[in-house]
Design a protein around this ligand. Structure first.
Ligand code: PMP
Length: 375
């Protein structure tokens, strides 16, 4: 039978307790949300939803074509200018997702015969970029600039190091300044995925590279998503104008993909302007994360010290992580559950996101529910 192997895989998954299912979210869900990536609570902010609605009324429901044909509107150009300016880069290029932005940055900046040095904790989209690139990839120990230096030492020719700025599973930050230095010593480029840093780290949420003093450097390229702290959808690459021009001409996920939907561009632009006007939102997300961590630790729950808005709680096993998250849900709390194959074997996690708009009482309630449902 065609696809017979699918049933075998499904069976293995069922027996390992690793089946994933989709749970449609109701518009008025009564759950306390510590699972979404809406770090600044902007996804439903009236200015953001109005930005989306206005853009759809002006430009239509879709971008109507690829960016190089009809899919670049003045709105896209405005968003790119403001995003680059906010984060401290010369230029930006918007993509239909952060995933596509990462595939673009890695594949287009690692030509045939070059070396990619990739952190062992990198996000799947960076890993897939390495797999697609016609370069050799060396995976280095997590957050280890000396390992990056050694890998670069052993290579002759173009090279690029790639790393998340804040790692999605444990919420720990990469040593950005040291990575930039290691790359600079070797004339290598540095590609950083700031999906979890934008809107949370740096002055007013200008991101991890801005906080580390490396934004705008001519050897640093940053990718972001518009789908987390900006409460919209889409992604972008930020960097020197010559790199952005190269991506326009060489990045397949830019050239062959329909442009970002105007509504998503409008929402992201509105969120960005809000963030500029209300810079305290970024610091608040960090405060909530630290408060969550302090309370979880006091309750004897093994939480990883957060560097941004992701707070990770260790679970004894994948099965227990799944049950724990389900029990939280039954008690009115929505939390993320990370388990293999999304994360390496041996580390399952409840993943909490510290939204800037969580109140002290909500933080307290979340920690109480997590403690009471602990397996
Ligand atoms: N990078 C990281 C670190 C992420 O966590 C994500 C989202 N899960 C992405 C990239 C992909 O971004 P998007 O959802 O916009 O495709």
């Amino acid at each position: 039978m065609a696809f017979g192997w699918i049933d075998e895989q499904a069976d293995l998954r069922r027996r390992a307790g690793l089946v994933r299912t989709l749970r449609p979210r109701a518009a008025d869900a009564p759950l306390l949300d510590l699972a979404s990536n809406d770090y600044l609570g902007l996804a439903r902010h009236p200015e953001v939803t109005e930005g989306a609605a206005r853009a759809a009324r002006t430009w239509g429901g879709g971008a109507t074509g690829s960016r190089l044909v009809t899919g670049t509107t003045e709105l896209h150009a405005e968003l790119e200018r403001e995003l680059a300016g906010f984060c401290g880069f010369e230029a930006a290029l918007v993509f239909s997702s952060g995933y596509a932005a990462n595939l673009a940055a890695v594949t287009a900046l690692a030509p045939h015969g070059s070396l990619i040095v990739s952190d062992a904790g990198n996000h799947a989209s960076l890993i897939d970029g390495c797999r697609l690139a016609r370069a050799t990839t060396r995976v280095t120990a997590h957050a280890d600039p000396d390992a990056v230096r050694k890998a670069l030492d052993a290579h002759d020719g173009p090279a690029v190091a790639v790393s998340d700025t804040v790692f999605s599973v444990d919420g720990d930050a990469a040593p950005l300044a040291a990575l930039a230095e290691a790359c600079r010593e070797h004339g290598a480029g540095l590609v950083l995925d700031d999906a979890h840093g934008l809107g949370v780290l740096g002055d007013g949420g200008r991101g991890g590279p801005h906080a580390a003093g490396i934004a705008g450097a001519d050897d640093v390229v940053v990718t972001v998503t518009l789908s987390k702290s900006l409460g919209s959808q889409g992604g972008a690459v930020l960097g020197p104008a010559r790199v952005i021009e190269h991506l326009v001409n060489a990045a397949r996920t830019f050239i062959f993909d329909t442009g970002l939907a105007p509504a998503a561009a409008g929402a992201a632009l509105a969120a960005l302007r809000l963030l500029r006007r209300e810079p305290g939102r970024a610091a608040r997300a960090g405060e909530v994360a630290r408060e969550l961590h302090t309370r979880l630790t006091a309750a004897g729950l093994g939480a990883v010290r957060p560097d941004a808005a992701v707070v990770s709680v260790r679970a004894p096993s994948p099965e227990q992580a799944v049950r724990w998250a389900a029990d939280c849900r039954a008690a009115g709390l929505s939390v993320g559950c990370f388990r293999p194959p999304s994360v390496p074997d041996g580390i399952s996690r409840l993943r909490l996101t510290a939204r800037a708009d969580l109140s002290g009482a909500e933080i307290e309630r979340a920690v109480r529910v997590i403690g009471e449902t602990r397996p």
